[in-house]
Design a protein. Structure first.
Lengths: 393, 389
């Protein structure tokens, strides 16, 4: 008889009887879950932009020691040497290497809605091979591509509404040279927050005769890892070589670190407050039901059964909190936002991303907080002596 | 029984609940102080900047160096008392995660331009006399254990040494800063040492300087001098943008985008949640003690006494919790300065934050106590005794 569990309807009903108090403690948990989820939805949106879109057979060469394109610098002679490496794939039609020396600089540009505040917008000078390498990840969605040799640029879609002078037909001044916006492009990865144009025209406008990176597609039979190892030991042609995929991921470390710290830190602090709140509610709930607990014990329910019943009640409070928290965060999914990438100091546009895994984690966190809050009260309830409990009013 | 004693008994009658409630308030106040301090510390750098200093940078890009030949032209412009070069070095100390700021600068000019940087005279002279010398902020010294006499190796990212080795800087002193516009997490070294290495080919990277820092002569307005400099370079080769130190600092804060708003929203949400929590607890507690209140009334205590007891209880919980929360925020300043060194180098809880914290405590206490107090005031002794069963 002592093995028998208290019917599940008991904790459910007692929650409904004190629904106001239960709801308020659920809200405390919901707030924690919502903040945690919100920060991680931001983090997820940012990292998913940088991972999964880079290609494994595409490698990026930076100057040795550089950690990002902004710090790198490669002379034109060196660019040529990277391009003619035997491992680099050739264009099937023209027979030229599928490799491009790209120029990169974050420009001060004005925000569209507040022209007094400047943001760092990456501008990339590209070569014809750049498009062949990006292939299906890149497409023009409005206007046309820029013409090589002309002072024309194409603009990533998120910039159009955020940055001044980035609409189709606008003219953007780069240092002292005006460039015409002739097209809007979309890219599945982090390049979508950039402005692209002819590398030679940009180098001339910016008076920067060097390139920041060389990007190249490898031949199909080349082992990427082995190639990177070989380049690492090449003394004649020193470089920092990595796959495009790894390069993307390496550009997320700072902001990911900050957001991850913030999310976990806030969740822990808020979680403590929510657990304290839930414990308070459960204590009061149990205090008011001492008599009932006495009856339950005396009709044969064991200590374990009482403990489990109250833990279940606390878990339900947590579950409700987790679900409410998810409902608060769900509308954020897909919402476009922008924040500074702390590795490159440039503005990155991306969307909050709430996926099933995050929601599951959120509900789990809610239940965990509820159970933690119920632990002490439930244990207390299970230690009550039946006779004394019955006597108390 | 005096009212004071009654309050003490009342508050202490349910220690577990008291601790839980105080704990929740403490957490809320700590978080409030922490989040607000991030925002105010970032702002402080802007607020405390000197109007005597202006900064000339490239108008094109934050990462574009200016030709060092600009120095002479700038020094010749009316109203410029002195100009110094500042180059962002971007070196890595052992691990990329050990990120801190290093600037190549003109040491003698820097110390004249920044009276808020304080360093013992003999350390300063030693730094002046060593081309490879450097000084570090006290925060940096504490974080990494740097002290005078140490050699700090840095791997160049923007300026790698040609042979792949590390740069070595001799630490000659540790500075403190009197104002929030200069942080204590920076290393300053001789700009000429960097430039010579680039010149003679022992290091690679862009020549020039990131910015020029200009101190105005007496009676000159910053706007006039700024306009003069920018007009001089309007046609290139590199256009310049000259602005007051405060605006330059504000640009960096603006780059964080909506982070301050975001933190503010989280803070507000937390406070509202905790307020609900305290009201909830207090109401539950009052319901449990209805019988006690009925007895008090029946014994002939004035009718305001139960209300006052509830109010005093809520206020003392809020006050105690608030004191703990703010105390923790105060005592962890050093810890967070170290953790947030890169992002918020001058993390500090401002006095106004504590004033706001007290206001919030009072609000939580009064609102938390008012609901049960109001209920209690309307309650008749007989009814209380009956319902409180």
């Amino acid at each position: 008889m002592s093995k028998r569990l208290v019917p599940l309807s008991y904790p459910v009903r007692s929650l409904l009887v004190r629904w106001q108090a239960s709801l308020l403690s659920s809200l405390g948990i919901a707030m924690t879950v919502a903040v945690f989820c919100g920060v991680f939805a931001l983090l997820l949106g940012f990292t998913s932009l940088h991972s999964g879109t880079g290609q494994d057979d595409v490698v990026v060469f930076l100057r040795k020691g550089a950690t990002s394109e902004g710090e790198s610098g490669i002379t034109l002679e060196l660019v040529q040497q990277y391009k003619v490496l035997p491992e680099v794939a050739l264009d099937p039609e023209s027979g030229t290497p599928l490799a491009a020396g790209e120029g990169y600089l974050a420009l001060f540009l004005q925000k569209a809605d507040d022209r007094k505040s400047l943001v760092n917008v990456p501008i990339r000078g590209v070569e014809e091979a750049s498009f062949a390498i990006q292939d299906e990840h890149f497409r023009i969605i409005e206007g046309r591509n820029f013409t090589f040799g002309a002072d024309e640029i194409i603009v990533g879609k998120p910039l159009v509404s955020r940055i001044h002078n980035c609409k189709l037909g606008d003219t953007l001044e780069i240092n002292v040279t005006p460039f015409k916006v002739v097209g809007i492009f979309e890219h599945t990865g982090a390049y979508r927050s950039e402005i692209w144009g002819d590398v030679d025209r940009m180098a001339a406008a910016l008076e920067r005769p060097i390139r920041q990176r060389v990007v190249a597609k490898l031949k199909e039979d080349v082992q990427t890892d082995a190639f990177i190892d070989r380049m690492g030991e090449d003394k004649r042609l020193p470089s920092k070589t990595m796959t495009e995929q790894d390069y993307f991921v390496s550009q997320t470390s700072m902001l990911s670190g900050v957001l991850g710290f913030l999310g976990v830190f806030l969740a822990v602090i808020l979680g403590i407050a929510a657990v304290l709140g839930a414990a308070n509610t459960m204590l009061a709930a149990i205090g008011a039901r001492t008599h009932e607990i006495g009856i339950l014990r005396s009709v044969g329910f064991g200590r374990m059964a009482i403990l489990l019943a109250f833990l279940f009640e606390a878990a339900l409070i947590g579950l409700a909190g987790g679900v409410i928290g998810c409902l608060i965060v769900l509308p954020l999914n897909g919402l476009e936002t922008g924040t500074m990438n702390w590795n490159t100091f440039t503005e990155n546009a991306f969307a909050f991303r709430v996926d099933a895994g995050l929601l599951l984690l959120a509900v789990g966190l809610g239940i965990l907080l509820g159970v933690l809050g119920g632990l002490v009260p439930a244990w207390r309830a299970s230690r009550l002596r039946p006779v004394e409990a019955m006597r108390r009013q | 029984m005096s009212l004071g004693r009654l309050v003490r008994r009342h508050v202490g009658s349910h220690p577990v609940r008291a601790i839980l409630t105080i704990g929740a308030v403490a957490v809320a106040l700590f978080l409030f102080c922490f989040l607000r301090s991030i925002v105010t510390s970032l702002d402080a750098a802007v607020q405390e900047s000197s109007s005597r200093r202006i900064i000339t940078a490239s108008a094109v890009s934050l990462f574009q160096s200016l030709p060092t030949t600009y120095l002479e032209a700038i020094e010749a412009i009316d109203g410029v008392e002195s100009a110094s070069r500042f180059t962002w070095f971007g070196g890595v100390y052992k691990e990329p995660s050990n990120f801190f700021a290093q600037f190549g600068t003109d040491p003698q000019t820097l110390m004249k331009q920044y009276p808020e940087i304080v360093i013992p005279e003999e350390q300063k002279q030693a730094w002046f006399n060593d081309r490879r010398g450097a000084i570090v902020g006290i925060g940096l010294a504490e974080k990494y254990g740097f002290k005078a006499g140490d050699t700090v190796p840095l791997l160049g990212t923007i300026y790698p040494r040609t042979d792949g080795s590390e740069w070595e800087f001799n630490i000659h002193g540790v500075y403190r800063s009197l104002r929030a516009n200069v942080d204590e997490m920076t290393m300053y070294f001789h700009w000429p040492y960097l430039d010579e290495s680039l010149e003679n080919g022992t290091a690679l990277g862009p020549r020039g300087t990131s910015v020029f820092l200009i101190r105005l002569a007496d009676d000159y307005r910053g706007e006039d001098v700024s306009d003069a400099i920018d007009a001089y370079y309007a046609g290139g080769p590199q256009r310049t943008r000259t602005q007051p130190e405060a605006a330059f600092q504000a640009d960096f804060v603006n780059m964080l985008g909506n982070l301050p708003t975001f933190l503010g929203m989280i803070g507000a949400a937390v406070l509202v949640a905790i307020l609900f929590g305290v009201v909830n607890t207090m109401t539950i507690a009052a319901r449990e003690r209805m019988r006690t209140m009925g007895i008090l009334k029946a014994l002939g205590f004035p009718r305001q006494v139960p209300s006052r007891l509830y109010l005093m209880e809520a206020i003392s919980f809020a006050a105690l919790g608030g004191a703990i929360g703010m105390g923790v925020a105060w005592s962890t300043q050093g810890v967070f300065r170290s953790i947030l060194g890169t992002q918020v180098p001058m993390y500090r809880v401002a006095p106004e934050t504590f004033v706001w914290g007290c206001v919030i405590c009072i609000v939580i206490g009064i609102v938390g106590g008012a609901v049960p107090a109001w209920n209690a005031s309307r309650l008749h002794a007989v009814e209380a005794l009956r319902r409180g069963a």
